[in-house]
Write a protein that binds this ligand. Structure first.
Ligand code: NDP
Length: 344
């Protein structure tokens, strides 16, 4: 049954795009869910780099805008007629897509929700959908890794990077990783990397290339998973083997400059710029990815590092930290206000 009247809620809202301070916490009303939608009480919203692109205007959004592409919480109402296959009031869910997760309550498409099994807490569930499914499609589909492969993973202590590392190790691949500090190197090691490079000490492209080659030799990387973008793209191209794959999937340091296809010719490289939603559009594929991730979490094969928990009101601080390279692992905004823990 649909909720009969709007729900009073608090949400982060921005009326213009720009720096972190364009976000403010306001009282809002959330409309009743329509058929195919769920009203959820948000436990935690996951913070992702894409939220900063929406906030800054790099990826355009319709204003006013509430950020937040994922979260976890409890179903309060379901729109339309219920049947036994759909999610119901009281179910614990996580979701990706649909937006507006930086809020105490939100309405999501039921097709964007996953049931959270018993034994998995909602903090962990909120950390999984966007970065977990991204890491999964990268290692499973963009370039299906196996024991004979060597991959290069940038920003390996970050939310997505640390999951890519762990999933790559689960597939038996060798992992060379880059990070921006010694503390981050330690976190990457705890995820299982074989070799870690502090790329702040090897900032010029040639230096980073030499650092990778000193470990694996020239032209020896099968696939580069690059969420850093502008700062690392050229080095990735240089270390790939003939017919290797460059998966440039993010812009943390800025978007990659346009290149000519002839750049790829000397080594017959494959270049792809994928995005998550094209790898979870098919419900069966999406559910298969989610259940593999959940099995890994249940088995203890995947370690979910939550580097920061903060109340909704601190969204601007969390964005500032993320964009300043100060964070590690997953960042969560807790909808029920509690003490801020900006260090994790
Ligand atoms: P992270 O937790 O990885 O944080 C970003 C990290 O990038 C930083 O901690 C930092 O690590 C590194 N970095 C390098 N240079 C910079 C810079 N100039 N400014 C800021 N950070 C920098 O974030 P996410 O896991 O949320 O996202 C990682 C990337 O993956 C983003 O580019 C995001 O857009 C992309 N992404 C793409 C998806 C897709 O499907 N295409 C889906 C999900 C994420 P260090 O200090 O170690 O360098």
């Amino acid at each position: 049954m649909a909720s009969p009247s709007p729900t009073a809620a608090s949400a982060i809202v921005l009326d213009e795009t720009g720096g972190p301070d364009v976000m403010s916490l306001r009282d809002v009303e959330i409309g009743a869910p329509a058929a195919g939608e769920l009203l959820v009480e948000v436990h935690a919203a996951g913070v992702n780099f894409i939220d900063t692109y929406n906030r800054s205007g790099l990826y355009p959004v319709a204003l006013p805008f509430t950020p937040g592409s994922e979260g976890a919480g409890t179903v309060l109402a379901a729109g339309g007629a219920a049947d036994e296959t759909t999610l119901a009031v009281g179910d614990r869910v996580a979701w990706v897509g649909g937006g507006r997760s930086y809020a105490t309550h939100t309405v999501i498409p039921s097709a964007s929700a996953f049931r959270v099994p018993d034994g998995i807490d909602l903090d962990v569930a909120a950390a999984l959908p966007l970065q977990g499914l991204t890491a999964h499609y990268l290692i499973d589909t963009v370039y299906p890794l196996g024991p004979a492969d060597t991959c290069l993973v940038h920003a390996a202590a970050g939310g997505t990077g640390r999951l890519i590392v762990q999933m790559a190790k689960l597939r038996g691949a060798k992992v060379i990783a880059t990070v921006g500090s010694e503390a981050k190197a330690e976190l990457a090691r705890s995820a299982g990397v074989d070799h870690v490079i502090d790329y702040r000490e090897h900032a010029p492209t040639d230096d980073l290339v030499r650092a990778v080659e000193s470990i694996v030799g020239p032209n020896a990387i099968d696939v580069v998973y690059d969420g850093v973008g502008a700062a690392t793209f050229d080095a990735g191209i240089a270390v790939l083997r003939t017919r290797g794959t460059m998966a440039t999937f993010g812009n943390a340091s800025g978007p990659v400059e346009p290149i000519t296809p002839l750049t790829l010719m000397p080594k017959s490289l494959i270049l792809t710029r994928p995005k998550l939603f094209d790898f979870i559009a098919d419900p069966a594929e999406r559910d298969q990815r989610w259940s593999e991730i959940i099995d890994w979490v249940r088995d203890g094969a995947l370690d979910i590092h939550i580097g920061m928990r903060a109340p909704l009101a601190d969204a601007a601080e969390v964005h500032r930290a993320l964009e300043s390279r100060e964070t590690t692992g997953k960042l969560l905004l807790l909808a029920a206000s509690g003490p801020s823990d900006l260090r994790g």
